[in-house]
Design a protein around this ligand. Structure first.
Ligand SMILES: O=C(O)[C@H](O)COP(=O)(O)O
Length: 205
């Protein structure tokens, strides 16, 4: 029996394009973001996956990405569970600021620490650790049991909510997660054994 989890970061958003910190703000997808989501759907369809259930965040860019993926897999009547536990990390006071302007103001290194370190939060926002502390309990309580039931579960979420999950699923250290980037619209596929251990990881494009 397959026990599979597919993670996809939303396609490029309007604020990704403008290079703005986004977090819990709610911009839509750009045309490129729509194309990325369509391509992800076609790719997953070509693999022949039968999706049992889908999860996404409370934010439009992830929801729309999931809708486009399902549409392009020719899937209708899918159960989609939306929960803000899967939202992007809250970027706090940085939300809406330009990332290059922030580098000029606070320096390259400080901004990199806010964006990629494990436990240093941006001012007024969530660190990756804080993000993991809401993503992982939700994953353990709601998603992991469904994966264990068998079939393929699809999650469309965000760069940092997915980094929190990837860190756990791949057993990465805080140093290793610092370097991990999650590309928009590129599925990451995990297979599990009956004991819930990851047996295979595949990045497809
Ligand atoms: O919330 C955001 O600004 C981005 O989607 C992710 O940001 P990051 O690349 O700084 O983690």
């Amino acid at each position: 029996m397959d026990r599979r989890l597919i993670l996809v970061r939303h396609g490029q958003s309007e604020w990704n394009l403008k290079n703005l910190f986004t977090g819990w703000k709610n911009p839509g997808l750009t045309e490129k973001g729509v194309e990325e989501a369509i391509a992800a759907g076609k790719l997953l369809k070509s693999r022949g996956y039968e999706i049992e259930l889908c999860y996404t965040s409370a934010l439009t860019r992830a929801q729309r990405t999931l809708d486009l993926i399902l549409e392009n897999m020719d899937i209708v009547n899918m159960t989609i569970i939306r929960n803000q536990a899967l939202n992007e990390r809250d970027y706090g006071d940085l939300a809406g600021l330009n990332k290059d302007d922030a580098r000029e103001k606070w320096g390259e290194e400080q901004v990199h620490i806010w964006r990629r370190s494990y436990d240093t939060p941006p001012p007024g926002g969530e660190s990756l650790k804080d993000t993991a502390e809401r993503v992982l309990p939700y994953y353990e309580a709601e998603i992991a049991p469904r994966v264990a039931d068998g079939g393929t579960i699809l999650v469309a979420a965000h760069g940092n909510s997915l980094r929190a999950l990837v860190m756990k699923l791949e057993g990465l250290t805080p140093e290793q997660i610092l370097k991990r980037e999650i590309a928009t619209g590129k599925p990451i596929i995990y297979d599990f054994d009956a004991d819930g251990n990851v047996t295979n990881v595949e990045n497809i494009e």
